[in-house]
Design a protein around this ligand. Sequence first.
Ligand SMILES: [Zn+2]
Ligand SMILES: [Zn+2]
Length: 369
Amino acid sequence: MEITAAVVKQKGGSFDLEKVRLDAPKSDEVLIKIVASGTCHTDMAARDQLMGTPTFPVVLGHEGSGIVEQVGKNVHHLQTGDHVVLTFGYCGDCSKCQRGLPAYCENFFPLNFGGSRLDGSHSHHLAGKDLQDNFFSQSSFATYAIAHKNNVIKVRKDVPLELLGPLGCGIQTGAGAVLNSLSVSAGASIIISGTGAVGLAGLLAAKAVSAGTIVAIDINEERLLFAKELGATHTINSKKEDVIARLKEIAPKGFDYAFDTTGIPEVIQNSLAALGSHSKMGIVGIAKRPLELEMNNFVATGLQIIGIAEGDSVPNVFIPRLVEMYRNGQFPFDKLIKTYAFEDINQAIADSETGVTIKPVLLIGDYKG
Ligand SMILES: [Zn+2]
Ligand SMILES: [Zn+2]
């Protein structure tokens, strides 16, 4: 079939809307009419070829939401008309998947960044040539997408489908870090560094579980004000204030948790200096420099630092749970979203990179709610 897809033709290039030929789904795959797709920093990392693959030309996009159009013959849990959120690809067969850890799937890299199916085939073609695709097993910057049955998550129909795509990646990463990986509980104290979409999703999750003290740290004053609106009890502008002194003043006995989304060693050190004994820090940021650690601090205090992929989410369970929390008013992640027309994809990406918009979502297709 002919679809419209945003194609990046070269490293660092723009997203150009093109008429592309899409094959029929294979037996384990699902064809989805895309309603909307969030943009996430990983799309830009792939555009800039930071992971090596995919190469170009490529169809990116990995926070798709839409409606099932057609299912392959081995797909039994979905049917035409289902509302779905697309999430990251995982194989379902490896030892990590079998242990309920799909975010650590042994095939995670090729399934999400390989630029093709595992067997090397492509489903997108432009002017007779194969395109790099299968990005996060979906390539959802397009009017239709093909996803593997594993990463198509059915959601209820009485919520706005066009908002749900980011639950598949960025929002799930932040909320999952707080709810799954750190298991922040009512009354606990937490430091959240970085107030982008992932950090603020973590903040909303901390608020949802009634964390007692929630401190947001950033250098962007406007974002800090917004963090307060969303439920931060304190904010610190690390450009203007002595972060460690402020944190010690807020929690003299030390914090229970920290969640870092910046990947900046100095920022992480500030939080580590303010954690209490037997506390836990989760890190999700992409670091450009190594972090030096004083090991004796860990032994003496029982401090833990954990790396977190995709919020340790089991998407079939966690995404519907986030949808329920949203419906109940406990998790208003829609406040992080600004929608854009599909034609304005380059503006949406630019606004995400400059920080004008926290989470841009492209409106791609109509649907009847
Ligand atoms: Zn696996
Ligand atoms: Zn992402």
